[in-house]
Ligand binder design. Structure first.
Ligand SMILES: O=P(O)(O)OC[C@H]1O[C@H](OP(=O)(O)OP(=O)(O)O)[C@H](O)[C@@H]1O
Ligand SMILES: Nc1ncnc2[nH]cnc12
Length: 180
């Protein structure tokens, strides 16, 4: 029987205790990326709920593991990628948003003016934890004049309220739910 995207994520994700800080149970999804069957299948599953109706016209990938997923989805749907980067990596004019993480503070940046105003953008990342990263990305996309139409990730961490934080702003799809 064909293994579902959700089953592949569950089977292939590695659990790394005390990374990057003591007390954090890190979910390493990179084996999902390196498996040739799993990668294409999870990209299809992440985008499927958002490919109906008006659909999406671009995919925003969040540094770093969101880049791989955004590239896979964009190639499957023949749309382009927006790279949402950690502070200090992008040249020229940038929009910046600071946010809090499960394990620290961070800042994300986006170059404005890359796509037409009103472009419908799907936001993707590997893990939804507190939702701070995804919320900051949604704010950046809106400040750039785009419409964030949904958020998709491989995993969401229970008990950190990421979904509750995001859903008032945009629909959320994840392929699995695991303890934080
Ligand atoms: O929902 P949140 O609490 O905001 O956490 C989720 C984010 O945390 C991880 O990235 P991290 O910031 O560790 O960066 P990395 O991808 O460069 O490792 C993960 O890849 C998400 O982007
Ligand atoms: N526990 C975790 N594992 C992987 N990525 C994360 N991002 C935030 N918390 C995480």
């Amino acid at each position: 029987m064909t293994e579902t995207a959700a089953a592949l994520v569950e089977r292939l994700t590695a659990i790394v205790p005390d990374f990057p800080k003591p007390g954090i149970l890190f979910r390493d999804v990179t084996p999902v990326f390196s498996d040739p069957v799993a990668f294409g299948r999870v990209c299809e599953a992440l985008a499927a709920p958002f490919a109906v109706g008006a659909g999406f016209q671009a995919v925003a990938g969040i540094e770093a593991r969101g880049f791989a997923l955004a590239g896979g989805i964009a190639a499957q749907h023949q749309v382009g990628v927006l790279t949402v980067r950690k502070a200090g990596k992008l040249p020229g004019e940038v929009l910046s948003e600071q946010y809090a993480l499960e394990y620290g503070e961070a800042e994300l940046e986006l170059r404005p003016g890359q796509l037409p105003q009103g472009t419908r953008v799907l936001v993707v990342d590997d893990v939804l934890a507190t939702g701070g990263t995804a919320a900051a990305t949604t704010t950046l996309l809106e400040r750039a004049g785009y419409e964030a139409i949904g958020f998709a990730s491989l995993l969401e961490l229970d008990g950190l309220s990421g979904r509750e934080r995001l859903e008032p702003r945009l629909p959320v799809t994840t392929l699995g739910r695991v303890p934080a």
